[in-house]
Design a binder for this molecule. Structure first.
Ligand code: ADP
Ligand code: MG
Length: 326
């Protein structure tokens, strides 16, 4: 790296960060050729990697403090979706320049979200090039208890861990196409920049949910993965979807479309047998029942009268085939 050297940069902004301090399960963190993780006996390692590219996943003009939170939250959401307890993460940064102001903001944001999620920074890589951020997260869970996409059964209920559509509704604000005004727009922007990975919910779903994933490409597109992997039909009842006041205010008649097909929500979607729903409610978990699983295939959306109102488009795909957001 130009200016600040690569090793000085790593030391100053990452190795010295509070989130890189010694943590349970981390035998060796930043500083050697590999990090070393120790799992308790009988636990499996859950691993997920996520790359975000400037101009594709986030705007070139951004606040690095918020960007760091969004990138790590998106990756941690995959641990939540599996029911894994967070352990640590690596950070592979490709930077156009060693800009101390950007790095300071980014490191601060990373530290905030890492500590909130219980994720220790255990290593990474630092190179020069167009801005590109890769995060790999590691989590632990009892062997055989991961929440897969493949376990949904006809008769199960379909649930989501929170409202969808708000991050998609924030996009015109994020892209500077519209000025933010008031608390509702602030809520949409917070949902876009600082989504809250549902780690506690995911771990509570172990042994109860029949299938789960996190909604990143749009509710319908992601429910399509459960439908396919479980060989079932997922039926969403539009009237049951929680459409927030902020979403309605910003999107008007488009609110339902964004809740179904917008991306970047990072809430969990899961299926659960009706008898197990009670256990989740008793545990005080917050979620919404939005539909049911039937025999068949694909995803259907029904209106209040039971009419099929399934939209044609599914969600975003980087190499074509969708119409959603990056
Ligand atoms: P190597 O050449 O063996 O890949 P590096 O010189 O790239 O090692 O990195 C030195 C140490 O700093 C390693 O432990 C690596 O994991 C860590 N590291 C490099 N970049 C980052 C970063 N952006 N954030 C956190 N740790 C990093
Ligand atoms: Mg290296």
């Amino acid at each position: 790296m130009a200016g600040l050297g690569e090793f000085a940069l790593i030391r100053q902004f990452f190795a010295a960060a509070a989130c890189a301090a010694p943590a349970p399960g981390v035998v060796r963190g930043i500083g050697d050729d590999c990090a070393l993780l120790q799992l308790p006996p009988g636990e499996q390692l859950a691993v997920s990697t996520d790359t975000q590219v400037a101009g594709v996943h986030f705007p070139e003009r951004h606040d690095p403090f918020l960007l760091a939170q969004r990138v790590l939250a998106a990756a941690a959401s995959d641990l939540a979706a599996m029911g894994a307890a967070p352990l640590g993460f690596t950070l592979a940064l490709t930077l156009p320049a060693a800009d101390p102001v950007w790095l300071e903001g980014f490191a601060r944001g990373l530290d905030a979200i890492a500590r909130a999620c219980g994720l220790a920074l255990i290593g990474g890589d630092t190179t020069r090039g167009p801005l590109n951020i890769n995060v790999t997260v590691f989590g632990a869970l009892p062997a055989g208890q991961a929440l897969l996409r493949s376990g949904a059964r006809p008769g199960d209920l379909v649930c989501i861990g929170g409202p969808t559509g708000e991050a998609a509704a924030a996009l015109p604000l994020v892209l500077g196409e519209r000025e933010a005004h008031g608390a509702a727009d602030a809520q949409l922007l917070a949902q876009y920049w600082t989504p809250q990975p549902q780690l506690a919910l995911g771990q509570a779903l172990r042994g109860l949910a029949s299938a789960a994933l996190d909604v990143s490409d749009g509710l319908l597109a992601d429910c399509g993965h459960i439908a396919e992997e479980s060989a079932v039909r997922v039926v969403i009842e539009a009237a049951r979807l929680p459409l927030s006041a902020a979403l309605r205010a910003a999107a008007g008649s488009e609110a339902l479309r964004l809740a179904l097909s917008g991306g970047d929500d990072y809430v969990l979607a899961f299926t659960v047998a009706p008898h197990a729903v009670t256990a989740l409610q008793v545990a005080g978990l917050s979620f919404h029942i939005v539909g049911r699983v039937e025999a068949g295939g694909g995803v259907r959306v029904l209106d209040g009268a039971g009419r099929d109102i399934t939209p044609a488009a599914a969600g975003y795909q980087h190499f074509g085939g969708g119409d959603g957001q990056a």
